[in-house]
Design a protein around this ligand. Structure first.
Ligand code: SF4
Length: 378
């Protein structure tokens, strides 16, 4: 949930689009069951995410079509490293969240201290298709928690799949959604990055005011669906916060959980920087990231270090022969020993796990320029 510091000035006040997944209760209350928070909401109030609002005993999706940020991003920024590498994706985010992470990296959006604008699914679909010439592969719902935008995402994705079936739908999510809406939503989704924030229930409760189990369920169900239908493709992110989730035991639990599902699921181990209510913590030390990376690499085939530009952990290595398949520097990437036509390692023919995309588009030629620029900064 949003922390709610700016609740009085939160930019979502009403809405006229009736929400899905709620129950009417006595005394004008409604119970939202979209996510495991299961808020009981009195008339005139919003749920913990601040965007689902009870008006006269009906629940409304107050943030329907209300966005705070839109940008054409490299797909690597989501992060997705195994889904259309080197392409861009139009990325959009709104306000509010069903978590209350004290380390939130996008708290201005989550707390709603930014202006919002309106867009219809039709307008957004036009933008997505127009951006195709800029190597755009589709739309990513990101920046704030997208699942609380449930109805807007479904309507947009539905329209997009009808008018431009080759365009992709991506979610960058905390995975905190009830099973039935998850099944409905994930039918439209081609790829997801799911945050696995902690390995321990007590940390989910203490730091994010949520629970671990529903997140694990979303990850498991996504992968089952992927095995059955070929989508959604999933990658996971684990942000290491010093003094919070940085123990060897934490890394081992996360890695064991993933390897029990499938050791090919890419894991992004990300560096923390002080933010929001956790400004007292230092950035994650590089040796801690290295330790987590080594522990993960012992069991998982694709592990990445995030937020450390120039780290060797940004590259994709062939799990069979060890050669670099895709090299990266920050958000730019370049095919090395990965054959784009066959999706196999050029050296040992190992089959890449992921979706390469249209092979006729050339790799990002800016990599050398970026390397030089950032070398100067670092
Ligand atoms: S989606 Fe929002 S209102 Fe609904 S249960 Fe979750 S936090 Fe509460």
């Amino acid at each position: 949930m949003s922390i709610g510091f700016y609740k009085d000035t939160f930019p979502i006040k009403g809405g006229d689009y009736e929400a899905k997944y709620y129950l009417k209760k006595e005394g004008g209350y409604v119970k939202c069951v979209l996510c495991p928070q299961g808020c009981d909401i009195p008339d005139g109030e919003a749920g913990k995410c601040l965007v689902r609002i009870n008006k006269g005993g009906k629940l409304y999706a107050g943030s329907y079509g209300k966005y705070a940020s839109i940008c054409l991003d490299p797909i690597e920024k989501k992060p997705l490293f195994h889904f259309y590498p080197t392409y861009n994706i139009l990325s959009i985010g709104g306000v509010g969240c069903n978590f209350s992470c004290k380390f939130c990296q996008n708290w201005e959006l989550v707390e709603g201290v930014v202006p919002v604008r309106s867009i219809t699914p039709k307008e957004l679909v036009s933008l997505i298709v127009e951006s195709k010439s800029s190597r755009n592969i589709g739309i990513a719902f990101t920046y704030n928690e997208p699942t609380i935008w449930f109805e807007f995402i479904i309507d947009t994705a539905n329209l997009l799949k009808k008018s431009a079936p080759d365009m992709k739908v991506v979610l960058v999510t905390n995975g905190y959604i009830s099973v039935q809406p998850f099944e409905e939503l994930s039918d439209f989704v081609d790829a997801m990055n799911i945050d696995l924030k902690f390995a321990k229930e007590e940390l989910y409760k203490e730091v994010s005011d949520a629970h671990l189990k529903p997140v694990l369920t979303s990850i498991r169900r996504s992968f089952e669906k992927f095995k059955k239908n070929g989508k959604p493709f999933i990658e996971l992110t684990y942000l290491i916060i010093p003094g919070v989730n940085d123990k060897e035991e934490d890394f081992k639990q996360v890695v064991d959980f993933i390897s029990e599902i499938d050791n090919r699921i890419p894991l992004h181990i990300s560096r923390f920087f002080p933010h929001f209510l956790m400004r007292d913590k230092p950035p994650t030390p590089l040796d801690v990231l290295k330790k987590a990376y080594d522990i993960a690499r012992a069991k998982l085939k694709f592990v990445y270090v995030g937020n450390v530009w120039g780290d060797k952990g940004e590259n994709t290595y062939c799990p069979s022969c060890g050669n670099i398949l895709i090299s990266r520097y920050g958000f730019t990437s370049s095919f090395e020993n990965l054959d784009k036509t066959s999706s196999r390692c050029k050296v040992c023919k190992y089959e890449f796990f992921g979706v390469i995309g249209n092979t006729e588009i050339t790799e990002n030629l800016n990599i050398k320029r970026y390397k030089n620029t950032y070398k100067k900064i670092l």
